[in-house]
Design a binder for this molecule. Sequence first.
Ligand SMILES: [Zn+2]
Ligand SMILES: [Zn+2]
Length: 213
Amino acid sequence: MIIKKFTFNSFQENTYVVSDNKKCMIIDPGCSTKEEETILSQYIDDNQLSPIELINTHCHLDHIFGNSFISKKYNLKPKMHKKDLPLLTNALNIAKHYNVNLASPPLEVEFIKENDNIQVGQTVWEIIFTPGHAPGHICLFNKLHKKIIAGDVLFFMSIGRTDLPLCNHADLMNSIKNKLFHLDDTVEVYCGHGQNTSIGFEKQYNPFFRDLK
Ligand SMILES: [Zn+2]
Ligand SMILES: [Zn+2]
């Protein structure tokens, strides 16, 4: 199993391609220019991967820039949590507000929810519902390899913003304390921005959780 990370668009968002046995899933395609689209599709071509899943951890702009491109090119319906639908349906307005170009993201999507499993080759990814930074935020957890793709919930020494519309700080803190921090300390966290971290490291050093010690 390989997790390949790309950092795309003006928000420095991390896009992940998870592959196993020549199948792959694309998580949060943030490619926002032709060059970034080429970098992503070239990697898929070079490794002879067939994309079978397109997943959005949540529907903030920086995580869906490439939805239109990926969904058309590989004929995939994006999968996301139902509660993030307002972010998706408002995405074009939000893009206008930020003065950035967004190719209309497909609105025909499939919904995923807590405890659903996504299979890629031999690997299984469990959906964990982690609202707060966005109302329908989800993480993808691989129990066997002890990896979690955590979107904008938990970062290296930081947490997701909650000053945007539809954010809820208490929900975010609950998601981290009661879901992510219940995972094994050795679980490696692949963040939506910045470097990887681990559950154990964040429990120990994340300044937002000083009270846990
Ligand atoms: Zn976000
Ligand atoms: Zn983000």
